[in-house]
Design a binder for this molecule. Sequence first.
Ligand SMILES: [Zn+2]
Length: 196
Amino acid sequence: MKIRKRIFFTICLTATLFVGIATAHAYTILSAGGFSPVPARIVSYNGFSSSINSAISSACTAWNNAGGGTLVTRSSSTHSNTQFPLKNSANQITHINMGKNKKMMETRLTEVKIVGSVAYNTEVDINVNTAYPWSTTGDPYAYDFQNCFTHELGHLVGLNDENSKSDSTMYSVTSLGETKKRTLAQDDKNGIGVIY
Ligand SMILES: [Zn+2]
């Protein structure tokens, strides 16, 4: 039995200076089927700089090297949409000022397909909140785009926030200048191994 379901589910990164204590806790799964079909094609906002697009491609590469095959690629085309989320069968990255009372990056599962009891992400949109300062160079006074975007792509491929293992990319807290989420931890790869 196939049921097609439209949901708006939000997951995102929280900015804080709090640094958690690493524990032995493992990844958690958001959508057991991951993205379907892979590779997901993500489409950049047409106002992104080449350095932002390069950071997006590098974030894709991190997940494509996680052991589950090629999961996500950046399309060479762009979009001019300023609505988030927008159900239009495209996985779009938008660039909208949501205000500082909202999360810095936000991922929405715009469409999820349920087959039996397994959820598959079939459309995902990600917004970059322009109310926050962004950098592609690890600027200590800004948030590193690739660092945060690699985390958000983890949601696209089916992982949930990890709230106890602070060295993982899916750890849900970040800080100014942080770049360690650019590189997946073994825990993140273990999660991909379960899904794909
Ligand atoms: Zn998250």
